[in-house]
Design a protein around this ligand. Structure first.
Ligand code: F6R
Length: 609
């Protein structure tokens, strides 16, 4: 999603901003822009719809032979845009400026009252050139200009509603920059050679040391080689923090895509998740987070997340109920606030997010915190909003996921949820023997996953056939229904093939009407207590001449195509079947020549509600 990068002081800004844009690329975007300014307020702006590499080739064409001249441009702002208001086009690309070309603004988030503000300005005098909500900010700065940048920004701020991060430059005061945040992340890095500002910790990781993470409502005003931070119109002191995160490993090694690399990393990530947390000899789960929960009375667990993280929550709810014996449910974060759910102190709210800034999930977390609820985070990024706001939690230890479609973060979320489930296990729910069976089954997951990877050629062959269809169903029951949901989501986002997921038992209640030969089904049906029921569903499908691909550890002569997987305890089987649907979607997308790491229209971190 949108990304911000800004620099001010005494180095040539253009290469710094280009590097910043490259670091923001993994988030997903559809256009990029860079604007640099010299000490007299002259600007250079270069925009591009498409990849940062396209912007870079534009930059090198436009600046060829002018390298000396560029040394004067020692401040600038850069942005990757993921379209929300207005199509991906040069005109809608940030930074936006006012009619007089004096104010330049980059913006993440949404100005919710932009329509009203635009109407008011249009009625007075103003003509807007873009369809964006963001353009209203430079227009308002021009309208309220007092001759002082900080004062003007403080006059305009109360007029803006919504969640946003902004960085503002003006030709009237080229040595000044204002950056501010309300709900959308922003970090300042005070380096010996200048001030850097980004919406993404990752864009600074590896070289930033002394950083300030702005809180909601805070603003940083940079002038020459100094800065102040203000909150509610008062200057405040904020300590510099050490940015303690590793730089993203940006190399794909021998892999064609990051996604394929990340699929292979999964067994190692699961092994890493156990370290220091699961004692297989003592058959127990120990961690700081579990020490914190030890004396809490937990009667209910609610998982909150979006997309793939929500799917992990659905799996968690089933495990909690079937293994731990605790009432549990999963909620889609963007729907939570519409449901008027009472916050009970005996409910543990588990927040799931592979990134650190999913706006929908953070909104629910803030709400639960305000109500005094007990919160647990299962997240990937140390120091992230969700990690710092929750009472306790587990880190995924999965390393950065660069492929936009989540794979390793999903299985890492699942293993962490399973560990939490076993920790919360109630003796009256499941016998000790059955508890230890699951604990031991969990230990076998990484090596079983490696066996799935070894079957990649067979999966790729089936994927080749799947890629000829325009529609697909994913079916399963209980845990495997959740895998069907995840498989359907992966196929959609990677291949752009329409697919739906259903509990296999629901077919006869409506979806069967869609049956025709061109609408095949993936039935995930391990040989467990539900196998016979799944075979009945298959019979319903086949008697209507539908094609069925069965994913199972038991051969069935009725399947049109079969992917045979190793046997495993039903509670951990989803780790294996998930890998199958990941590889299937990957190979379908590859067959269709899709941009696997950056599917169209999608972003890695979704910072808007
Ligand atoms: C799908 C995918 C998304 C994310 C969702 C939540 O492959 O990646 O559905 O799972 O946008 O993101 P996080 O986990 O960062 O909160």
């Amino acid at each position: 999603m949108c990304g911000i990068f800004a620099y001010q002081w005494n180095k040539q800004a253009l290469p710094i901003l280009q590097r910043g844009l490259e670091r923001l690329e993994y988030r997903g975007y559809d256009s990029a822009w860079v604007c640099v300014m010299d000490a007299q307020g002259s600007t250079k702006l270069i925009k591009s719809v498409g990849k940062v590499s396209e912007l870079e080739s534009k930059i090198s064409k436009q600046t060829k032979g002018k390298e000396e001249e560029l040394n004067a441009f020692t401040r600038g702002i850069a942005h990757t845009r993921w379209a929300t208001h207005g199509v991906a086009s040069e005109v809608n690309t940030h930074p936006h400026h006012d009619a007089g070309n004096h104010f330049y603004v980059i913006h993440n988030g949404i100005i919710e009252n932009h329509a009203k503000l635009k109407k008011q300005l249009r009625e007075k005098w103003y003509t807007f050139y873009s369809q964006t909500d963001s353009e209203v900010v430079p227009a308002l700065l021009a309208e309220h200009w007092t001759g002082d940048l900080l004062e003007t920004v403080e006059k305009v701020l109360p007029l803006l509603h919504g969640a946003y991060a902004l960085v503002i430059m003006t030709t009237h005061a080229p040595n000044e920059i204002v950056a501010l945040k309300r709900w959308s992340p922003l970090i300042l890095w005070t380096a010996p050679d200048g001030f850097y500002c980004s919406s993404d910790m990752q864009a600074l990781a590896g070289y930033a040391t002394q950083t300030v993470t702005l809180s909601d409502g805070e603003l940083v005003y940079i002038k020459n080689n100094d800065y102040i931070i203000k909150a509610e119109w008062k200057i405040i002191k904020k300590d510099l923090e050490k940015l303690d995160i590793k730089a993203m490993d940006e190399s794909r090694g021998e892999y064609e895509t990051f996604m394929r690399k990340e699929i292979d990393e999964q067994p190692a990530i699961i092994r890493r998740a156990f370290m220091g947390r699961v004692n297989f000899d003592e058959k127990a789960i120990h961690a700081d987070a579990t020490k914190y929960l030890k004396d809490k009375e937990i009667q209910k667990v609610v998982f909150v997340g979006c997309g793939t993280s929500y799917n992990a929550g659905q799996m968690g709810a089933l495990w909690m109920q079937n293994i731990a014996g605790i009432d549990a449910s999963a909620k889609i974060a963007s729907e939570y606030m519409h449901q008027r759910i009472p916050t009970d102190p005996k409910t543990l709210h588990v927040f799931l997010s592979q990134s650190w800034e999913t706006a929908d999930s953070i909104e629910v977390l803030k709400h639960i915190k305000d109500k005094g609820g007990l919160t647990f985070g299962i997240v990937n990024v140390v120091g992230s909003t969700i990690a710092t706001m929750t009472d306790c939690g587990f880190f995924l230890r999965a390393g950065y996921e660069i492929g936009v479609a989540s794979t390793k973060a999903f299985t890492a979320q699942m293993i962490n949820i399973l560990m939490l489930t076993l920790f919360l296990w109630k003796k009256w729910s499941l016998s000790y023997d059955r508890y230890t069976n699951i604990l031991h089954a969990m230990k076998t997951v990484p090596s079983l996953m490696e066996q799935i990877i070894a079957q990649e050629d067979a999966i790729a062959n089936v994927a080749k056939e799947m890629s000829r269809f325009n529609n697909m169903f994913f079916l399963g029951r209980k845990y495997e229904y959740v895998v069907a949901d995840e498989g359907s989501l992966k196929l959609k986002e990677l291949s752009y093939i329409h697919s739906e997921s259903y509990p296999a038992g629901e077919l006869k209640h409506g979806p069967l009407a869609l049956i025709e030969e061109s609408f095949p089904c993936v039935l995930i049906a391990p040989h467990d207590g539900l196998f016979e029921q799944n075979m009945s569903s298959m019979a319903e499908i086949q008697s209507r001449k539908w094609k069925v691909l069965v994913v199972s550890n038991r051969e069935t002569e009725w399947a049109d195509r079969m992917i045979t997987i190793p046997s495993a305890h039903p509670a951990v089987m989803p780790f294996l079947t998930t890998m199958v649907v990941q590889l299937l979607s990957y190979h379908v997308a590859k067959e269709l020549g899709r941009d696997i790491d950056k599917p169209r229209n999608l972003a890695k971190s979704v910072t808007v509600k």
